[in-house]
Every structure is written in C-alpha cells, then in structure tokens.
Write a new protein. Structure first.
Length: 493
C-alpha cells in the first residue's frame, strides 16, 4: 500500500555542553606505530580495541536534534527545512526539546570534543569522527554532497564499496531502496547549523588502524551540510553511542557490533578515558575495560530510564556534607546522564545555584580569587558510593590581567531549566576526566571508577592502543588576550 507521509520527531542527540573551540589532528609517531604493531601481534583472539581520541575546540559541535522527513515532505534546500518541522507533544518530545536547548546553549558557551577514527565499506574508507554518547547514529559526508562544507572532508563513496546498500526507510533498516527519490531523509540540527542525509547500510569497523571490530550496520550519509559548523571542522562525522536513541536497533552501531562483530567482542562494553588536561591522553576502548586506566574498582548501576546513559543520584555533597537536594524529588531522586559531548556539568537551575554558592561562586560561574584560595570538593552519591571531584576537576584558574596574588577562577557548571522529566544533571567532561566510565549495552548498565592519570605508557597484551592527539588552537583567554595553541604531541612523540 501507499505510505502515509509524516514527519517524525525522534530521540537523537542530547544536551551538550562543551568546553572551548576547533579540531586538531596529528599523525602517529614512528615509535608509537611500532608499539601498536607489537601490541596487535600479542593480542588474543578476543580483543579489546582502543581508539585514540583527539581533543578539539572550536566550531565542532555534536547534534542537538534530528527528525525524519518522508519524501512528500522533503525540502531540497536547508533554508526550507522549517516548513516541515512539527514537534510531538508527548513527554518524550518535551524532554528532547529541553535537552536539545541545553546542548545548543552549552555548545555556544564552551565547546570541546574528542575524536578518533571509524572505517566504512569494502574496501574500508576511513573517517575522522567524534564519539558521542548523547546521540544515536553514525553520520558521515556523502560523495553526493556538493555543499562547500562537504568538499573539505572525506566523503563516503557508495559506488566504491562492494557491500554498500541504500536503505529506504528509517523504520525498515534492512529494506533496500529501489528508488533514490523515494526514501526517508534525516534532517540533523546542530547548535550553529544543519545537515541533511539518507540512510545506508555497509560494513562498519570500530577500532582505527590498530585493530577493528566489524559488522554490517546502518548509518546516515550526509547529502547537504551548512558551512557552520562543518566547513572548517577537522572531523568528518559522528559516531553516536547513545544507549537507545537511534531510529532502530540496526542504527545503534555499538549495539550491532557488540553482538555480530568479527572478531567477537569479549564484553558488550565500551569505556572512555580522558586525560586530566586537554593536552593529556584520551581514548575509547571497545569490547571491555582497561584496568590500568582505573585507580579503583568499577561501581555498576542500572540505566534508570532508557534512551540516554541515565542513572540515579541519591545526593550531592560539598566537602562530604550532604546538601539533601535530591530528597525533594521523592523516590526518583536526582537523575544523572554521562555525556562525552558535554564539556560542562549541567543541572537544574536552583540546584546548581545552591552548589555554586557552596563552592564559593556566589553570583556567577567566574569570580576573582586569590592565588592560594582553596575551594571545596564536589561529590555525587551514586549506587551508594561517593564520587568526589576536587576543585581542579570542576574549575580552572588564570592569572592573566591580574596582580601577582590574584586570579580569575571559573567553575565549569551551568544551570539549566527543567527538562520536563525531572531534575537531570549532565555530567560532562569535568566529571569524565576525574572518572573512568564504562557502558554495557547488553545489560543496560553503567560503570564508574576513579581514573588513574598515572598509568604506565605500556599496555597489557590484550589491548590494542592508538596514541591520542589533542589540540586547543589559538584563541582568546579570559582577559581577551591571544593565547597560544595547546596540544599533546610531546606525550606521543
């Protein structure tokens, strides 16, 4: 029968708070390349594959929303896209709208991402991608895209892959498209721009050059991209690693690979490690966890509500003292979400205002402070255990523009309005630098451990590691003076 035309608002990318601005990428040194080959040669049949993540600041945004448009409602031009837009009035759509607003606002304030590589097709085509736990799709530019933004990036060439299959509908991810004009179109909204894409199916491999898990999976090839944020970005696309925010299970890239990959995964788990500073190491591991990156055992907790990597927080502590702020929310208590695309810690306006006040930030997230001023620890009680951040984890200092004994201090916390789903704390990069996090797709649970930032440069035999590159380009500091670029080349040279 003939399909009913509709525009659907789906759960896609989420709240984003990111830390500073453009992307950098550097190659592997000869010494590290040798180390990688050695690790690969000594890895067992069931492996952990670890992808090096490069840190990037600038116009490098992850998605804040997406929607699907059926052919009769598809608008060729990005400028006409709003004519087809309609929000569902459900509780889920209300949550999406609030979280999207949070992500966009945070990205405009403070942007930072970590990125690595993914390959698609047979033979493999390599793309530089952001790994994003707040969205649900793999998205890369298409060779069909003639936008100026696409021209500067690696583009997926379906006609060069023997395993590529065009897909017609988001809700029928295994159905081959027979007519290129009769297909679902995804419109993706970013904080400062948009993209349009169609669905494809092909061999997807996670793990970069050092080792790979591969399987047939669905993804989105972008056929249009706005100049901002894509044109000057040093990444090509995005790997969505959200818990259950994809259009269908076949679009959940890690979910597909965790059950059908070659070689088979040891565990249906990926894990994230971020260095304490932008110029430190960072990595994402597929197929298990790396104990040498942990300074404590993992504490596991169930996903509280499916969609995002969401869990329950029973209390927030300041220097070990309870704020009791979660009691007023009843059995639900406070809710937290781990988000690799957020460079800030965000939470309900009133709660964050109280936290900032207790942390000595009375009226703003930025204050003048003395050089030796001490700030309290900030803790979250999760699964009966306290995960405490020191001041250096949640704030930065700068002496630019001040006398010898004074500094600017600013907290990487942002108050946000109610999402319509109760109080939600988005624990972004400040939290993810302090703690090693693991994500179990099959068992729907999250693991958190204190991060070990003093790990040995050598790696266990069952792990394949790529060195991580980080770059913070030239920008202005808090005193509006030019600040030099920062990178971590010396860590991997």
């Amino acid at each position: 029968g003939q399909r009913v035309s509709l525009v659907r608002t789906n759960v896609a990318a989420m709240f984003r708070a990111l830390l500073a601005a453009t992307l950098g990428l550097a190659g592997l040194s000869h010494a590290n390349s040798v180390a990688l080959r050695h690790a690969q040669q000594h890895a067992p049949e069931e492996q952990l594959f670890t992808v090096a993540l490069r840190a990037s600041t600038g116009h490098a945004y992850v998605p804040v929303s997406h929607r699907n448009v059926r052919p009769s409602q598809r608008h060729v031009s990005l400028l006409e896209r709003s004519a087809a837009f309609s929000h569902q009035q459900s509780r889920q759509a209300s949550l999406q709208t609030a979280l999207y607003r949070m992500r966009a606002q945070a990205q405009r304030v403070h942007a930072l991402q970590y990125f690595g590589e993914v390959t698609i097709g047979s033979p493999p085509q390599t793309f530089t991608v952001i790994f994003d736990t707040g969205s649900g799709h793999l998205m890369v530019p298409s060779v069909k895209c003639d936008s100026a933004a696409c021209a500067k990036h690696k583009r997926f060439q379906a006609n060069q892959s023997s395993t590529a299959i065009p897909i017609s509908w988001a809700d029928e991810p295994l159905t081959r498209a027979e007519d290129d004009t009769d297909r679902d179109t995804m419109v993706v909204n970013f904080a400062t721009g948009d993209a349009v894409g169609q669905y494809m199916r092909d061999k997807v491999c996670l793990g970069g050059l050092s080792g790979k898990f591969c399987a047939m999976a669905d993804f989105v090839e972008m056929t249009e991209e706005s100049d901002d944020p894509f044109k000057d970005a040093q990444w090509d696309g995005i790997v969505g690693l959200g818990q259950a925010v994809s259009d269908a299970a076949d679009f959940n890239i890690f979910g597909v690979l965790s059950t059908n990959s070659t070689p088979s995964m040891k565990m249906p788990v990926f894990a994230v490690y971020l260095g304490r500073d932008i110029d430190g190491e960072a990595e994402i591991t597929f197929g298990g966890v790396r104990k040498e990156r942990m300074a404590s055992a993992l504490t596991w907790m169930p996903v509280y509500e499916e969609g995002y990597w969401q869990f329950q927080i029973s209390d927030v502590l300041i220097n070990g003292k309870s704020t009791n702020m979660c009691k007023k929310y009843g059995q639900r208590q406070c809710q937290g979400v781990l988000d690799t695309g957020s460079s800030l810690v965000m939470g309900p306006e009133n709660d964050v205002a109280l936290i900032l006040k207790e942390l000595s930030f009375e009226r703003d997230t930025q204050i003048s402070c003395t050089k030796d001023q001490k700030f309290p620890n900030l803790g979250f009680v999760i699964a009966g255990k306290t995960f405490e951040m020191e001041a250096d984890d949640y704030m930065d200092r700068s002496q630019d523009g001040h006398d010898a004994n004074m500094q600017s201090c600013w907290a990487h916390l942002m108050p946000v309005r109610d999402t319509g789903r109760g109080p939600i704390f988005v624990l972004g990069m400040p939290f993810l630098r302090a703690f090693y996090t693991a994500y179990d797709v099959k068992n729907k649970k999250i693991g958190i451990a204190k991060a070990n930032h003093k790990a040995s440069p050598t790696h266990s035999a069952d792990v394949v590691v790529e060195p991580l590159m980080a770059l913070q380009p030239d920008m202005e500091d808090s005193a509006n003076k030019a600040a030099p670029a920062v990178n971590n080349k010396t860590h991997v040279a």
